[in-house]
Design a protein around this ligand. Structure first.
Ligand code: MIC
Ligand code: SF4
Length: 642
């Protein structure tokens, strides 16, 4: 029986377990990446493990999230990361060099290699044929130290692309269509593999738009074959040597099969507040727009911005619209500067931002009250933009640019004029913003610089015998990590200070939660299905941990967040019978007896609701390794004990 592409890469990297779907496997990790918002914590964890030099083939730290420096905190974090990298063998991409996923694709991604990153959009690397997976910072720290990375062997979904996109319909519309079909939880426990004649019409950056937003499906990762288009991209990046041809066997067996005919696809938009609330642009046409933002790791490649520049050239952004553009990397921005396209953007009235995440993570450019904002980004979760009552629509660069001119949601097919951006033969290459680590001989001399806001990773203790806790919060389905641990310009500078950031935990849902949880001392959070979707931020586990949360009981979890809870030593529980969701309310007194034995036995965990006098059966499917992690009080304790 033939193998799929993902299976081939897993097979080549398998260290522990067997490739049996649904069972735990440990894979060797070739490359890691971090960004600054999760990186400080990841490097503190790496330091705590006491390993002096990374054992990966390539580890890179990027500064791209916390780039608004309204106080000393972010700059201190950047300096900490820069010095830690120098000392421990990690390449450092300086602020200004671009968004981690875009730069990694351009300069470091290699087909067939494994990559984990402390950012949920790490699967962007699937566009160049890597097995690229988002993970919590602690998992990345362990991988940097040479430890394998554990996942549940995913089911493999084949998305077959047929035909060719019409003009001004784009890669973004393909992934929005996949989201429409599969939903934000449809990818949980799955890898999405793209095949079919249609992929030949897609360049690496276009493929990367698709694999990037596979994160919004909840998928473990997404991947494209490595073919002549991959070679063309690598050649243009002066990296032809990194190319290998990779594809699934002809007789590969997939668990699901979806066919999308690109020729029939129309421009789409994800409506507030979920990436799967997809409608056609035609349906939404005429809606007044207040803001347009172009950029993010999803859609800020050279080709994306050349298209935008072409649409804007010689025109002016509509009166009522503010247009912000953040090119994905220094390479992209510099190429636009050299060929004059930047001038077209500036001339049309675009507000040019630095090459970074920017508005995507609420680092500035929050929309006006009740503002309608069209964004080429990947997430439109409630409050993420920094304006709670704003309405965020996720669209392609073409829809964004055309609508910025008309002031209303507009179908870009009306503006088709035959213009096509060709893949440049040579991208502009200058890696002067990437700092090499110190040599083995020199590393001891490097001093790691720490600012006053950088606090230690919270210490945890081994799991208690019994848990007596109160329900401190009850939330509904599809809770995102942006609900649990909001980001934005005001809160992100606290990422290296768990006590301080905890004060903002869940405040999007309930402003009283932090003080209530702290006062209770020991509590349990109750939630619905797909709990913890979105970001990889382990702060969404570390802040509840700091506030005394012992277990999270939900209908179902998103993958990375569940792993982060386990890494933090918080027990992830799922209702055995979803109707029991109605048998717990805020303030109920709960108890779990002999919890260590119950975890070890692996037959689920019984919670007694003392307030309602009912027993609630829960599932707690942990592997032997995960049980040990939870019992030890988290992955750091576990790793240090090994
Ligand atoms: C995001 O898009 O939500 C982020 C910010 O990139 C996060 C990481 C973080 O919270 O630091 C992610 O996607 O993992
Ligand atoms: Fe940055 Fe946004 Fe991409 Fe997250 S999704 S890495 S915040 S650009």
């Amino acid at each position: 029986m033939g193998l799929t592409l993902a299976e081939k890469i897993i097979k080549n990297h398998l260290v522990t377990g067997e490739m049996v779907k649904g069972t735990d496997i440990g894979i060797r990790i070739d490359q890691t990446l971090t960004q600054d918002a999760t990186g400080t914590m990841a490097y503190l964890e790496f330091e705590a493990m006491g390993i002096d030099r990374v054992r990966t083939e390539r580890s890179v730290a990027y500064i791209d999230h916390n780039t608004l420096q309204t106080g000393f905190e972010n700059a201190d974090d950047h300096r900490f990361i820069q010095t830690v990298c120098k000392k421990h063998g990690i390449w450092f991409s300086r602020p200004g060099n671009g968004i981690c996923h875009q730069v990694h694709l351009e300069r470091f991604g290699i087909p067939g290699k494994t990559l984990i990153g402390s950012d949920s959009h790490t699967p962007t690397g699937g566009g160049i044929g890597m097995l690229a997976i988002g993970a919590g910072g602690l998992d990345v720290a362990v991988a940097m130290g040479g430890g394998e990375y554990y996942i549940t062997m995913p089911r493999i979904v084949n998305v077959e692309l047929q035909g060719e996109l019409q003009e001004n319909v784009s890669a973004k519309d393909i992934i929005l269509e996949v989201l429409r079909i599969m939903s934000v939880k449809g990818g949980v426990g799955k890898i999405i593999e793209y095949t079919g004649e249609g992929i030949k019409t897609l360049s690496v950056p276009q493929r990367a738009t698709i694999t990037n937003m596979g994160a919004e499906l909840g998928a473990t990762t997404s991947i494209f074959p490595s073919d002549e288009n991959t070679l063309a991209f690598l050649k243009a990046q002066d990296r032809a040597d990194d190319y290998t041809e990779l594809k699934a066997d002809d007789d590969a067996v997939y668990d699901e099969h979806i066919v999308i005919n690109l020729s029939e696809l129309a421009p789409l938009a994800a409506c507030p507040h979920s990436p799967d609330a997809v409608k056609s642009v035609e349906e939404l046409a005429g809606m007044k727009v207040d803001q347009v933002c172009i950029g993010s790791c999803t859609n800020s490649s050279y080709a994306d911005l050349m298209k935008v520049a072409h649409i804007l050239k010689g025109k002016t952004v509509a009166d009522g619209v503010s247009l912000a553009i953040a090119p994905g990397s220094k390479q992209v921005l510099n190429m636009l500067a050299q060929n004059g396209a930047l001038s077209d953007l500036i001339d049309a009235g675009a507000r040019i931002l630095e090459s970074a995440c920017g508005p995507c993570i609420g680092m500035g450019q929050s929309p006006n009250s009740k503002g309608v904002s069209l964004r080429t980004f990947n997430r439109n979760f409630l409050g993420r933009s920094g304006t709670k009552d704003a309405e965020i629509y996720l669209v392609s660069p073409e829809v964004a640019a055309v609508s910025a001119l008309t002031g209303v949601m507009t179908d870009p097919r009306e503006y088709a004029d035959g213009y096509k951006v060709d893949m440049p033969e040579h991208f502009l290459i200058n890696d002067n913003m990437v700092i090499e680590p110190a040599s083995v001989e020199e590393m001891d001399k490097v001093e790691v610089l720490r600012g006053p806001n950088i606090k230690e990773f919270p210490k945890t203790s081994a799991m208690a015998e019994n848990i007596s806790a109160t329900c401190s919060l009850k939330v509904e389905d599809n809770i995102t990590t942006d609900h649990i641990m909001p980001a934005g310009a005001k809160i992100l500078p606290l990422r290296s200070n768990i006590p301080a950031i905890s004060e903002h935990c869940f405040t999007v849902c309930d402003t009283e939660f932090p003080s209530r949880a702290k006062a209770l001392g020991s509590s349990i959070i109750v939630g619905g299905s797909n709990y913890g979707q979105g970001s990889s931020r382990e702060h969404a586990a570390l802040a509840p941990l700091y506030l005394g949360v012992k277990a999270v009981l939900v209908k179902s979890f998103a993958r990375i967040h569940r792993a982060n809870l386990i890494n933090a030593g918080i027990i992830p529980l799922e209702f055995a019978d979803e109707n029991d969701y109605n048998n717990i309310d805020l303030g109920d007194n709960l108890s779990i007896e002999n919890v260590r034995d119950q975890i070890a036995a692996g037959n689920g965990i019984t919670i007694i609701n003392k307030t309602k006098n009912v027993e609630i059966k829960t599932n707690c499917a942990l592997t032997e390794r995960q049980k040990e992690i939870i019992l030890a009080g988290g992955l750091l304790n576990y790793t240090m004990s090994k």
